[in-house]
Design a protein around this ligand. Structure first.
Ligand SMILES: [Zn+2]
Length: 889
């Protein structure tokens, strides 16, 4: 183990040295990967026959390949496929010519003679398995809408490297080819793939469906979904858009269908290249894997991120659906039409799609305050997922990494799907866009898409296109942001009209962090004036000219920049005095920055709490939700700490007046944000033991059981949660019964989340047992355990249960989930001994691929242990000094 660490460190160091030299534009030959590049696939024709009863499938394929050199072997990818036969240009190979290397997932075919330069035809026959994991071809058991009958559907999930479990292929993103899929399915099934159906005819065991061939694309973007499905459809500028769901549910895709039509037209214009495929299917899957995947022309979504039932779904669900569709649809260009060359550039795909999706969502839904929500990580569903660390928080710690990170192989690619890739990527692009200007930035993107369509690219290609469009040295500005970890804090010191700035690396719980420097696209304004100034902070120190002594300055206008700011105390006081003149985005930015300073031990918690006290009256969602998030964090941190009760009382006294302003009942013509705020405050106050709120929730739940329409869909998740938290056995069983009965995945999730929140340890134990049943879709069963760890206040129970059932639990998840699962159960702990326990457990029980996640969780637990010590006394002192009732609100 120790030896492995040394060599891994050397590899990282070497890779770091090479990448910091600046990345090169895309070339196929120099792209990393395991596969030799002398033989490449051009066209695949694949026929799959699933056997649902036996959970196996048989496959045949013909691949047109081309050899650029005379070679003696052909190397391609294969994982858990059994090879039956192989031939080239009609000549069959002897069985000893075929070698499988399961560790590297490679298949090598030794050729009897040298393969001549030019085109050849490779034919293969194989068998594979259908599993419940979201890897390769999977099956999804579900209850049919209306009848409740138990059914099974099939689906695929390939990113990053599981297409090789479905058919034999060159499964690295730069090996683009055309794919034609044929499948045999039962007569009453609907089968979908990336392209429209070319023909369908009856065969003995059902029907054979052949899809049209795709354009040139990467293997991981293939898709195949089949089952008793139905569709609704529309047409936009020649593209057929469908929403597909299991029978009885397609009508709930109406909102997704309309949203897709709107989003597609926006992107057609933005990218300057029309959507290139004849179809765009949005497919709701009732299990299998838990997210959404941008397969070209056939995007898959976990059902509750696509379907909206106007009678039962909440405003938060509606918003999430739009944002996920906008993200995945952006990938159709950025990711699918142009694909990153290798997984070290995954951020190009994900950072960009996150940014583009948010931009599009914000454009059509100004009411949602999309960017503000991103800044505070206000996830409308934060109560239904395993909480992840916020990108800027994670990026300040010792376990962070550069946006562009070396990825040696596919299993490392799995761990690249993290917050840094998605959220820092998005945040950096937003900062860059606001620095270069919206139109210039769009022109750069258009150049990039036009230059690389149907091909691959690197980050350098994007910077080159943006440089050409802007005449700015974008690559130079971007280098420090994408090629080194972390981000800066800008420290402002003022002496009369002389304002000096300096930058440092911003860190949390990371003593002796290597010092780094950034070129910072800085913005600032003088309070009361409209104009936002911008300048590039090129070095360690800088100054801001021409600010009159009596005027107040604020840096990072609207919080668009990916940096923190610390003001000297006079400038901070002046800002506090000017709060009513700042807009919401700037106030939220100050809240975020001051809380970060407290975490980083650069300030006492009084800095943050005093700011809250000085905020103007009102109930702005983003502002209040930032506070709710921080209070939630503190409340969990202080479990077992003497300061906790006092803190809870103090937190209630701050949040309750806001709730009294919005009230229990929706008001006529209120903003959708008020509805979200109401739900957020109910859950928060319930969690903080506000007894009036708790009994209010119980009362409403009783009424809901008799008359479901009496409880607004927006409030259901929160009310059930509070009821679940305080449930006795009878109430818990009632929630369980309701969860078992419903066929709506969203509704089901609300009930089961409430079950996990039970504070009664016996009931928490019951909630854990559910994870081993098939009551929940496979991909969600594990989340159930994480939620018990988080909500019930019994993380220890969740961990003991997991240790005892680890194997059965991991069977239910994909590669990403397997790496994260065990560490994720620890991140709510704040005892140092828990960090040691995780380390010890990981050494002998977890795969090496989970090392990064283990390190992150250990760092988080150690930080929390330290923070808890520091925060308790600071809070007590502040509360005593302030007094509970002195609040102006
Ligand atoms: Zn994505």
């Amino acid at each position: 183990m120790a030896e492995m660490r040394v060599s891994a460190a050397l590899i990282v160091l070497f890779a770091l040295l090479t990448t910091m030299n600046g990345e090169k534009p895309y070339s196929f030959e120099t792209t990393p990967g395991k596969l030799p590049k002398q033989v490449v696939p051009l066209e695949y024709s694949i026929r799959i026959v699933p056997n649902v009863a036996k959970l196996t499938f048989t496959g045949t394929e013909t691949v047109k390949i081309t050899a650029s050199n005379a070679v003696r072997e052909i190397v391609l990818n294969s994982a858990e496929l059994e090879i039956v036969k192989a031939s080239i240009d009609g000549v069959q190979f002897a069985s000893d010519a075929i070698k499988v290397d399961p560790d590297n997932e490679l298949l090598t075919i030794a050729l009897p003679n040298e393969l001549a330069v030019g085109e050849h035809s490779l034919a293969l026959e194989f068998n594979g398995k259908i599993t419940q994991k979201g890897r390769g071809l999977y099956y999804m058991p579900y209850q049919e809408q209306g009848t409740g009958a138990k059914k099974i559907a099939l689906g695929t999930q390939f990113e990053p490297s599981d297409a090789r479990r479905f058919f034999l292929c060159w499964d690295e993103p730069s090996f683009r080819a055309r794919f034609q899929v044929t499948a045999v399915v039962p007569q009453n099934w609907l089968a979908v793939s990336n392209m429209p159906v070319e023909y369908e005819h009856k065969v003995e065991i059902g029907k054979e469906v052949r899809f049209q061939p795709t354009p040139s694309m990467s293997s991981y973007l293939n898709v195949f979904v089949a089952g008793e499905l139905e569709a609704i459809e529309t047409k936009v500028a020649g593209t057929q858009i469908r929403v597909i769901a299991t029978k009885g549910k397609a009508e709930w895709g109406r909102y997704a269908l309309e949203s897709t039509a709107q989003i597609l037209q926006y992107y057609d214009d933005y990218f300057g290249v029309r959507y290139p495929l004849p179809q765009l299917d949005q497919i709701a899957i009732p299990g299998g894997f838990g997210g959404a995947m941008e397969n070209w022309g056939g995007i898959t979504y976990y059902e509750s991120t696509l379907l909206f039932d106007p009678k039962k779904s909440s405003a938060a669900t509606r918003q999430r659906i739009y944002e996920v569709i906008a993200h995945e649809t952006a990938h159709q260009w950025f990711g699918d039409l142009v694909t990153m060359a290798w997984w070290d550039n995954l951020w190009l795909n994900e950072g960009f799609a996150s940014w583009m999706g948010s931009k599009c969502s914000a454009h059509f839904n100004p009411d949602w305050e999309v960017w503000l929500a991103k800044n505070i990580q206000r996830d409308p569903t934060r109560r239904s997922g395993i909480a992840k660390e916020v990108a800027m928080e994670g990026d300040a710690t010792s376990t962070t990494h550069a946006i562009q990170q070396p990825v040696a192989n596919e299993s490392e690619a799995n761990s690249a799907f993290d917050d840094i890739t998605y959220r820092k990527g998005q945040s950096f692009l937003r900062m860059l866009e606001s620095f270069l200007g919206e139109n210039v930035f769009r022109d750069g993107i258009r150049r990039y898409i036009a230059a690389h369509k149907y091909s691959n690219s690197t980050t350098a290609d994007l910077w080159n296109a943006l440089s050409e469009a802007s005449n700015e040295p974008v690559g130079e500005i971007a280098a420090a942001w994408t090629e080194q970890p972390g981000f800066p804090i800008v420290i402002l010191k003022r002496d009369g009209d002389k304002i000096s700035l300096s930058q440092e690396r911003f860190t949390v719980n990371f003593p002796n962090a290597p010092a780094l420097e950034w070129k910072i696209p800085l913005t600032y304004f003088i309070v009361g004036e409209k104009k936002i100034e911008s300048r590039l902070m090129n070095g360690k120190i800088d100054n801001v000219p021409n600010v009159p002594t009596d005027r107040v300055i604020k840096l990072n206008a609207n919080g668009t920049g990916n940096y923190r700011v610390q003001y000297d105390s006079a400038s901070w006081k002046a800002l506090l005095g000017a709060l009513p003149k700042l807009n919401l985005a700037d106030r939220v930015n100050l809240l975020c920055d001051s809380w970060a300073l407290v975490q980083a031990n650069r300030a006492n918690v009084s800095l943050y709490l005093e700011l809250i006290d000085k905020l103007p009256r009102g109930h702005e969602l983003a502002e209040r939700d930032q506070i709710v998030n921080v209070f939630d964090y503190i409340n969990r941190l202080l479990v077992g700490n003497p300061a906790r009760e006092k803190f809870q009382a103090c937190a209630r006294s701050i949040l309750r007046p806001t709730f009294d302003e919005v009230g229990w009942e929706p008001k006529k013509n209120e903003s959708p944000r008020d509805s979200l705020l109401r739900a957020s405050l109910i859950a928060a106050l319930g969690d903080l033991n506000d007894q009036e709120i708790v009994s209010g929730c119980k009362k409403r739940f009783e009424k809901f059981i008799v008359d479901p329409a009496s409880l607004a869909p927006d409030l259901r998740a929160s009310v059930f949660m509070v009821v679940g938290q305080n449930a006795d056995e009878a109430t818990w069983n009632k929630l369980h019964e309701l969860g078992l009965k419903t066929t709506s995945i969203e509704e089901k999730q609300n009930y089961y989340d409430a079950l996990t929140a039970a504070r009664d340890p016996k009931l928490a134990e019951n909630a854990l047992q559910i994870s081993l049943t098939d009551e929940l879709p496979t991909s969600r069963a594990l989340h159930n355990v994480g939620k018990v760890a988080r909500y019930s206040g019994h993380p220890d129970l969740a961990w003991e249960f997991s240790k005892a059932n680890m194997k059965a639990l991991l069977e239910k998840t994909d590669a990403l989930g397997a790496n994260i699962f065990a560490p994720s159960l620890f991140v709510f702990s704040s005892e140092k001994s828990r960090a040691d326990e995780l380390n010890t457990y990981a050494k002998s029980n977890l795969p090496a691929t989970s090392a990064k996640e283990v390190a992150k969780a250990v760092d988080e637990v150690e930080f929390r242990a330290e923070f808890k010590q520091r925060l308790g006394p600071q809070l007590t002192a502040w509360i005593e000094q302030r007094g509970l009732v002195s609040s102006s609100r």
